[in-house]
Design a protein around this ligand. Structure first.
Ligand code: J2J
Length: 533
């Protein structure tokens, strides 16, 4: 049988383990251990439901038994498509406990993506619920139509052909099973790539657990942490940076927020005395605005993590003063590598860089088009290899030569600069650029200038075909007041030291920008919306 996914070389795994760069316990054992150590401490809050560690662990045991009875077997894949509710955390750990492999899908995924996920993973079951993306019934139907799917489980209102979630928890807990190997496949994540069909990322207990717990240490997360998860919980950022897994593995509490709006979130921060939360940049301006007028007490909040896309410097500088907490920039990817600014980094580093690799064993190279390393400060593609970065996608061996170097470095597709002291700054995607009459313009760089204009809430720069220039640059802006004229944009950008050819050829207005499920600007859709421009 062809290999489903390539592992790290055996010798390297041994070396990583010797140095503590792989977790020796399975992910569900992390939860069990906390339950045994202090079962009465708060673990999870979801709406009106509150679970201490003992209660959460027992519920996980029961659902694990319910799943095993269906049967869902060790090694089988199960698609989880759940909103931020307790069932998500319970289903996740229950599947891990029986050695089944959760496939984490954002509730916002469309039918085409779901179908492709089910086809590649050959999942034997789908667990779904109505959520922000809606359409549980549609997901259930797709699941029911997929040849590999034997069970559809719904955590929402009863549906024909679907098992109610509640029936799973009626089983008696399973007797302890044989200990799973931490080097086994734990779960499959969806690649954040915005082009082509979704790719599945294999993560082991050993690498994911290490990612989560090392992140917890880097973010000052311990048993006193209260983490508010407002981003879709199936996304890698709120899962492991340090997220749900890192916080539960450290004995802290996880509070699931049903949506990322500041009004909902601020009420939860006050009620639960949340100490840390994470956002994508698109959400930050509305949080800052609301913080100026809220009556909620946000004084418990110590760290606001921002990542997933480039945070512009002007917004970054407002976080500390307005929210009264530390900003931490997080540059991560579901494929592995996580970078963090340190909580005690100088203000300039926190506001203008996306931090440094989490692990001393993370290897990063910044290379030019010819593949050779560029000097500090020069832009190049980030390549990385390390103890929690994948060596190949799941069931996609044909991608190996494209996305990995022969010696196992993952080609991130991110354009970065690295400073002398090793801080990385993301300056664009290798292809997110406008090729204007041969001059390459990084979209992110222009977006950064545009975000600094007064009244600009969001900005996206696209290259569109042009008979003369090859591509011309179009800025799409969401503004508070009137749209600035191109001349105004030009004057402001030149004032900020931008090269004249980087000034957008056109400035367009939009009421809002389309966002991906996790809240990044969806350029593919934006491009479609502006087709015929
Ligand atoms: C610029 N681009 C960034 C940042 C990610 C933590 C945080 C985020 C993700 C994530 C994650 C960026 N500035 N601060 O998995 O554990 C872009 C890069 C990267 C891609 C990965 C985590 N942080 N990005 O966003 O798999 O282009 O993971 O390669 O969804 O998002 O996307 P994804």
């Amino acid at each position: 049988m062809p290999q489903d996914w390539p592992r790290h070389p055996e010798k390297l795994i041994r070396a990583y383990r010797e140095h503590g760069f792989r977790e020796e316990r399975t992910l569900d054992a992390l939860l069990r251990e906390q339950a045994e150590r202090h079962g009465d401490r708060l673990a999870l809050v979801s709406g009106a439901d509150r679970y201490d560690y003992a209660a959460l662990d027992l519920l996980v045991d029961r659902v694990a038994a319910g799943l095993a009875a269906l049967p869902v077997r060790r090694g089988e894949r199960v698609l989880l498509r759940l909103p931020n509710r307790g069932e998500y955390v319970v289903a996740l750990f229950a599947l891990l406990r029986i050695g089944a492999v959760p496939v984490l899908a954002l509730p916002s995924l469309g039918p085409a993506d779901l179908e492709s996920l089910l086809r590649t993973s050959e999942a034997c079951a789908v667990v779904t619920a109505p959520g922000r993306g809606g359409g549980a019934a549609a997901a259930a139907r797709i699941g029911a139509d997929a040849p590999s799917v034997r069970h559809v489980i719904t955590a929402g209102p009863p549906e024909e052909g679907a098992l109610p979630w509640g029936s799973l928890a009626e089983s008696a807990p399973l007797p302890p099973a044989r200990r799973a190997d931490p080097e086994d496949l734990a779960l499959l994540l969806l690649s954040g790539g915005t082009t082509g069909t979704p790719k599945l990322i294999p993560r082991t207990h050993a690498d994911y657990g290490y990612n989560a717990l090392a992140s917890a240490r880097a973010c000052g997360v311990d048993r006193d942490a209260v983490y508010l998860a407002v981003l879709p919980a199936a996304h890698n950022f709120p899962m492991v940076s340090p997220g749900i897994v890192g916080v539960l593995g450290s004995g802290g509490a996880v509070v699931l927020g049903p949506d990322p709006s500041p009004t909902t979130a601020f009420a939860l921060v006050e009620r639960e005395r949340a100490t840390i939360t994470s956002l994508v940049p698109a959400l930050v301006p509305s949080w800052l605005e609301e913080a100026g007028r809220t009556r909620h007490d946000l004084s418990s909040l110590r760290v606001l993590q921002v990542g997933g896309a480039r945070l512009d410097e002007a917004t970054a500088r407002r976080v500390g003063p307005v929210l009264g907490c530390r900003l931490q920039q997080v540059f991560g990817m579901a494929e592995g590598l996580n970078n963090y600014t340190a909580l005690d980094d100088p203000e300039d580093v926190v506001c203008t860089t996306q931090g440094r690799p989490l692990s001393p064993a993370d290897e990063v190279l910044v290379v030019g088009e010819d593949g050779s390393p560029v000097p500090p400060g020069s832009p190049g593609e980030l390549l990385t290899r390390g103890p929690y970065t994948l060596r190949g996608y799941y069931r996609a061996r044909e991608l190996d030569p494209l996305r990995f170097t022969p010696d196992g470095f993952y080609r991130t597709g991110d354009l970065v600069t690295r400073s002398e002291r090793g801080d990385l700054t993301v300056v664009g995607r290798v292809k997110d650029q406008v090729n204007r009459a041969g001059e390459k313009i990084a979209a992110v760089e222009v977006e950064e200038h545009l975000m600094a204009l007064p009244g600009v809430r969001a900005a996206a720069v696209l290259g569109v075909p042009d008979p003369v220039l090859g591509e011309r640059s179009v800025a799409v802006l969401v503004t508070d007041g009137p749209l600035p004229a191109r001349e105004e944009v030009r004057a402001a950008m030149l004032e900020r030291g931008a090269a004249p050819f980087k000034v957008p050829d056109e400035v367009r207005w939009a009421a809002s920008l389309p966002l991906t499920g996790v809240g990044k600007i969806d350029k593919k859709r934006l491009r479609r919306d502006f087709e015929g421009l």
